[in-house]
Design a protein around this ligand. Sequence first.
Ligand code: HEC
Ligand code: HEC
Length: 306
Amino acid sequence: MKRLRATLAALALLSSLACAMAQADPPPAPDFQPPARGSEPDDDYGKIIRFGEQVFNHTDQYAAAYVGNHLRCASCHLDAGRQPDSAPLWGAYVLYPAYRAKNHHVNTYAERLQGCFEYSMNGKAPPLGDPVLVALETYSYWLAQGAPTGVKLKGQGYAKPPKPAQAPDYVRGQRVYEARCALCHGADGAGQRSASGETVFPALWGPDSFNWGAGIGSVNNAAAFIKSNMPLGLGGSLGDQDAWDVAQFVDSHERPQDPRYTGDVADTRAKFHDTPDSLYGLSVNGHVLGSDSVAPGGGTRSAATQ
Ligand code: HEC
Ligand code: HEC
């Protein structure tokens, strides 16, 4: 009898616990600080970490064979991949392996890095085991040391601004662009390079930009990046509507072809861009986006007419 009572009490306790768990909000995303700059170990491990950081910050120099534009990883992952709400590497590392709808399978972290080379860097995926990829993995692993794994840390990814009150609009976006962005990125979106060829401000569209397969080519991702990170040094200063409008404007321009291009813009849209966040294959100011894209990978021929 005594045993039965104890069992019943335990069951009651368990069910109230289960209730509390079901009702509770998901636990808040934990805060995380990556290790201080320059605190990497002074050995072979430290050497690979430092090489990874160089690749991340000077991608066209240290990974030239895999880059087809003049962006660098840090163009979109600010402060060498350390900045919260700028898809920091420490926030990413602990979430992989993970399923990605983009390629319909569970991706290792290395595969995720390969994707950014192929699309955002408009280049080629370094093969698994390539020193460049190993160094980027090692740098990320080090930045994430001590972080809980499998958990979305505070500042992971790009914070998503709420849906705007009005549908994103090209003309309003152009006004924001001229007032807040053109000074650095240029009226023509081509960015600016120094006399020696170093990128000072990266291109936002045109042949030297990320290609149509890249994350920022979707208006929702562009709005999220821009809201927290642009204008440079003034992240968070644009209103939500302005961030969406200027994202719509940026993503309404031609850029290198999607490497998954099937030979037909409408078919490529149906297969890979069938979402309201992608303008690929739609007509803007009388021009069908994707119909006059240079070939991906830094080539110059028009892929759409091949
Ligand atoms: C043009 C902007 C851009 C550039 C350049 C870029 N990325 Fe990204 N990256 C993104 C966007 C946008 C996402 C997330 C959106 C998505 O899921 O596609 C992302 C996601 C990632 C993630 C996963 C983040 C997470 O929290 O899951 C990693 C890791 C990453 N990038 C690494 C790199 C590396 C390494 C390079 C350089 C080889 C690079 N990126 C270059 C825009 C960029
Ligand atoms: C003060 C100069 C400056 C201003 C103003 C500015 N940016 Fe940037 N932007 C940069 C720099 C520099 C980077 C790359 C960061 C790095 O390499 O550290 C960048 C990166 C970007 C990127 C990702 C890389 C790429 O080339 O696609 C986007 C998108 C972007 N800016 C959009 C905007 C938008 C939209 C505005 C206006 C709301 C804006 N920027 C205003 C300097 C600026």
